[in-house]
Design a protein around this ligand. Structure first.
Ligand code: AMP
Length: 364
């Protein structure tokens, strides 16, 4: 099975590493020759609108997947005409790329979200703010990730500044959710229709960037896990989905509001490498290849800490009992994800003791 992957970031790198034991060789497509995945696997370097480079990439592939959702729809279409399978389906990619479309998609499936409004003019912003009130979040519809493309409006005085910063792109305005926790569900559906769900993960963000994941999320009532799985099933059915799907939720007063869906493996599922019977990366490869899915049962408790902008000395991390280190071999830049470490243990107390140390090491 020859699998092509669009994007060669750290998600691709971890996917390649999960593929080797299964005898799978992955070929990546990335703009840069020194990508994290390109360091461990074959990589075709090119731009997403370079059809000659895409055709070279597609040669001999059985299927194409992606690890990066800002793949232009034209590239997805071009490839889906040249390779036998493109998973997850191009429609899923189109939905995931646009914050407005995926909120409308959730609504069409009866999955609750924050109050949201499309904004294409200053007048529409004024009108929508009457419904959301303050605070509210103005977000770009496209190309936003890791907290980019967002403006928090605290009050009337912020309107001019928000419009000046964001007004030249298609936008969505969202009511601010006073959530108790952020939870994500990593789930997977194979091309044979088999599905599996990891336990909900609790995520902590700062400046819109994921810093810490705890898995399984502490004290989640079984009906909340069930509800999240039901929402994922609705997405699976509607899209005839194949691959890993992640839905990020806000949790408040026993209710889940869907914020985003990533139609790919996800940062909040990194803990599954050491913390679950089968990692999200392996399960994604199994799913798209039509192989049986692996168990998503956790092995005890896990905590995953991202290294953002700087990386601690490897030995300082490795000296912590139960710590597993992953470095992505990227050049340091503020706000850039450079690696992560996962703590695994049979006891939550043990993790809590080491987590403090690990989080201190992660601060630049
Ligand atoms: P996003 O880019 O939509 O994934 O948002 C990044 C982070 O910003 C989320 O994980 C939340 O912590 C926060 N956030 C986004 N939308 C909202 C909202 N409507 N209300 C409150 N916080 C939000």
């Amino acid at each position: 099975m020859k699998i092509g992957v669009l994007g060669g970031g750290q998600l691709g790198r971890m996917m390649a590493l999960a593929g080797y034991p299964l005898g799978m060789r992955l070929r990546f497509f990335d703009r840069t020759p020194e990508s994290p995945a390109g360091q461990v696997a074959e990589c075709v370097v090119g731009d997403f609108n370079d059809s000659e480079a895409l055709a070279r990439f597609a040669e001999g592939l059985d299927l194409v997947t992606y690890e990066f959702e800002n793949v232009p729809a034209s590239a997805a279409r071009f490839l889906s005409q040249r390779v036998p399978r493109f998973s997850p389906p191009p429609r899923a990619l189109e939905i995931a790329q646009d914050r407005l479309i995926h909120k409308q998609f959730f609504a069409s499936l009866g999955i609750p979200t924050a109050d949201f409004h499309p904004v294409t003019s200053r007048e529409e912003l004024e009108e929508s703010l009457k419904t959301t009130g303050f605070p509210a979040l103005l977000k770009t519809r496209r190309w936003g990730y890791d907290g980019r493309g967002q403006f928090l409006l605290q009050g009337m005085l912020d309107r001019d500044e928000a419009w000046k910063a964001m007004g030249n792109a298609p936008l969505i305005l969202e009511g601010f959710v006073r959530f108790e926790r952020e939870l994500s569900l990593v789930s997977v559906r194979s091309s044979t229709g088999q599905t599996a769900f990891y336990p909900l993960t609790e995520n902590h963000h700062r400046q819109g960037i994921l810093r810490l994941s705890l898995a399984p999320a502490p004290e989640v009532p079984p009906d909340v896990q069930q509800l999240a799985e039901d929402y994922a099933q609705r997405v699976f059915r509607e899209l005839s989905y194949v691959g890993v799907l992640t839905i990020e939720f806000f949790y408040a007063q026993g209710k889940l509001l869907a914020n985003e869906m990533a139609t790919r493996v996800h940062n909040s599922g990194h803990w599954t490498i050491e913390g679950a019977q089968t990692s999200q990366f392996e399960n994604h490869l199994r799913a798209i290849s039509g192989l049986s899915l692996g168990s998503t049962t956790p092995r005890g408790y896990s905590a995953m800490v991202n290294f953002i902008g700087c990386v601690p000395h490897p030995d300082a991390v490795l000296a912590i009992p139960g710590a597993h280190l992953h470095l992505y071999d990227k050049s340091p830049q503020p706000g850039r994800k450079l690696g992560h470490a996962t703590l695994c243990s049979e006891s939550r107390e043990e993790i809590a003791a080491s987590l403090d140390k690990l989080q201190k090491l992660a601060t630049c």
